[in-house]
Write a protein that binds this ligand. Sequence first.
Ligand SMILES: C[S@@+](CC[C@H](N)C(=O)[O-])C[C@H]1O[C@@H](n2cnc3c(N)ncnc32)[C@H](O)[C@@H]1O
Length: 631
Amino acid sequence: MATVKSPIIQRDNFPPNSKQPKVSAVRDFPDGCGSLASSTCQSKCEEGNGTRHIQNASILREVGSLSVPHSKPVRIAANIGLGNVLSGTRKDSCVRRDLLSRGIFVSPFQSRDTNNLNLTVEDKLSRACINYEADAFGMSSSTLIRTEQLKDDKDSRKNVKEALNLFNKILNNLPCGSSGKDYLRAARIFFERGKWVKFPKQSGPIPGVQVGDKFQCRAELKVAGLHHQLCRGIDYMKKDGKILATSVVASGRYQNKLISSGILIYSGEGGNPLVSGSKKPIDQKLKRGNLALMNSKEARSLVRVILRFKISKRCSHIGLSGDKLDETAFVYDGLYFVDKSWQERGRFGKLVFNFRLRRILQQPKLDYRKLMGKLKSSQIKKVVVRVNDISQGKERVPIRLENSLDEEKALSFEYITSTIYPRSFKTILLNCCNCVNKCKDFEICACVLKNGGELPCNSKRHNVTGYPIISECGPSCKCSCVNMVTQNGICFQLEVFKAEPKRWGVRSRSYISKGSFVCEYVGEVLHDKEIQKRINNMYRNHLCEGGCVSLLTYSQVSTIPTDNFTIDATLRGNVGRFVNHSDSPNLRAQCVLQDHSDVKLPHVMLFAIKDIPPKQELTLDYSCTMAKFGF
Ligand SMILES: C[S@@+](CC[C@H](N)C(=O)[O-])C[C@H]1O[C@@H](n2cnc3c(N)ncnc32)[C@H](O)[C@@H]1O
């Protein structure tokens, strides 16, 4: 086992016990200057054609709160004429220092390299960097370029996407929720299924994963093969009897800092009372992750860096004023190598290991300002109004309402969870089956026989029948089988949102897999004559003012002749009343009998006919329904 002595450095700017800002690790520089920004150019650089100021190029950006950087970014390459330095005609001491500090030796012979003659400034610099990095990792430059090309491998990317899709399906089939525990459970199930084997740990790029890829949780990082640890920040593997770091996650729990020039100061693991498992602060030990990073420095091996973005903002809530909205995203920042390590006293006065990681230059740059902007605008900025649960606790899962366009709240109806039948309707209970436990004997089970001798759903509770009307096992059945899919209520995190010009619409915050039960279309069952009366009187003004009515006629969704009844969800209904029409819908209506046996007035249940990714609008084909009443 390697023993590495590292100097203990007491940094003046971080005295023991001093409060240092929490860092989630974000840096910010525009295209073209990020990887070239110097950590050694302090504040000014003299240039041949005038003095240029390089402001704050070396400032440690404290980025825990994802604040916009203090200084304006600088285009150092353009400002100080790197091309001339590389070709040896202009001696800019600042740039030379910068390149040398990165270990890039600018050879005076480079200018005589005939291959270099037609190269642009950037090409020259890239070439110098590739050669340097290839040397550093004991690879030829062509090896390095080949590994880069792997990232474009379409099949690998497809594989990673499929794996993540499956993970999300599992997650969304869990009994609701996307908490940390659910992520862990979903990851366990994902790997237990055996369809996907764990990627063997490897250092360097992961085929199919590209710089800038976003992940919602650590479990997704594991599924993609980027970082195998679900809790720890440093992942490592054994190679030739030594442990080497393969990836690190800068999540903000330790005092990591990202310097604007692609340098991450990564704090070692252990001894932090803020992290579960460590009760009181102690000196960090040179073992596990810390030892792995130390060995990686020696071996000059590549380390993948994943940054965690956390955006916290108060948003306008109804009922819960000033509620905090936290969104997290893990972003793959690319390959780094460890070039320096030291110990210093951390904020709890104990010794911590620090590792300086440098980003490999020959990688796509991340535009952090753009990324942050995107995250903020897509997740937070737009929320004008949010109601946490329009069902007010009546549904198993809260039904959120989000309006990012104006301040309307769409609450002018009564939320009900079961369909209201007309007074004249006489409930005739379904015949129950006598099965015990599961309905297995399809030749005897009365419920299965009503469905043509087949269970209408599979073990995943997905609807698999082509029957126009299905019978579920009812409340008086003695079995406890899967054939009660629609009786458990809504399972997905449905969200009502303002969808101009259709006004309100519905989407899911979680992934819905094909065949899943989404929700019932709940409302008042009324005769069409009564509906027409309402349209002519009660709804008239409402319609004139551009409002919507929510009607679903039985003749539209059922092939069985009905007695002209319609479900009106305009005044009383559930989330189903917000499902809009589409010619290429992702939901379909299925007639279901569960608590009564009247085939003319079944429950109308909405099932997914496609895999539906989160945030995609849920739609149904109901054009004829609207036509019936002249819309
Ligand atoms: C069941 S409601 C759907 C929710 C409705 N958008 C709302 O804001 O309450 C049906 C009404 O929505 C509107 N709508 C539904 N789908 C639409 C579409 N594709 N284009 C325009 N309007 C639509 C029509 O006014 C229709 O009468």
